[in-house]
Design a protein around this ligand. Structure first.
Ligand SMILES: [Zn+2]
Length: 220
């Protein structure tokens, strides 16, 4: 081990991204207990209009949800590398290969500035790196409305998402096969709206991938 790595480990010992337990030597990113009990997504997927496939890595619940909230709101931006690796594995299995580029569902400029990063952009960059694909900042989000997470009803979410995104004028998506990344997919309204805009701009095929999705009532 390099002296610097040794010192960094001493100052900032690596912890499990899920439960924050200190990791033992040789363990990486996640402790064996959390790895064993990771809630791999195996439910009914939300419907995403305009997409040819959707990959979801985990159920959004329990310790995964707590970990994700630290990632999104408490500056744990480096979790993106771990989450992104898991997502890339799942994407390979579920959606295959053959994408021209990776884009993402962005937060608004204002939100990005206050948070310091765009969590889905970080996930997309990691996924792209793992799959050896270029990233493409294809979409932009307009002024923040009601956060989707505060709306329970699918129809309300659809209306709220409508017109919230557009394709950036400098993005060339025409004829492309895109992989569109989001963090959490709930009803699929946001992803559907983004697909609609990308299709309008000429994207040929769109596949979507989310880090996690809540378990449906009947699957509990
Ligand atoms: Zn753990």
């Amino acid at each position: 081990m390099r002296a610097l790595d040794w010192l960094l480990d001493l100052l900032y010992p690596p912890k499990c991204v899920i439960c924050r337990r200190l990791l033992a030597r040789g363990e990486q990113d996640i402790c064996p207990d959390c790895f064993e009990s990771l809630p791999n997504f195996e439910g009914e997927k939300p419907r995403v209009g305009g997409a040819e496939g959707l990959s979801v890595t985990l159920f959004y619940e329990g310790a995964v949800r707590e970990s994700f909230l630290r990632f999104k709101f408490s500056g744990r931006d480096f979790y993106a590398d771990v989450y992104g690796n898991w997502m890339a594995g799942r994407i390979r299995d579920e959606l295959g290969r053959g994408f021209d580029g990776v884009c993402w569902v962005p937060v608004s400029k204002k939100r990005r500035k206050s948070r310091g990063y765009d969590q889905s952009e970080l996930l997309a960059k990691r996924v792209a790196k793992e799959l050896s694909l270029p990233t493409c900042a294809a979409l932009q989000k307009h002024a923040e409305r009601n956060p989707q997470s505060q709306l329970k009803d699918a129809a309300l979410r659809q209306a709220n998402a409508s017109g919230a995104f557009s394709v950036r004028p400098d993005a060339d998506v025409s004829g492309k096969t895109l992989l569109l990344i989001d963090d959490i997919v709930t009803t699929g309204a946001t992803l559907s709206e983004c697909c609609r805009m990308l299709r309008q701009a000429g994207a040929k095929h769109i596949y979507c991938a989310a880090f996690a999705s809540p378990r449906k009532e009947k699957e509990r």
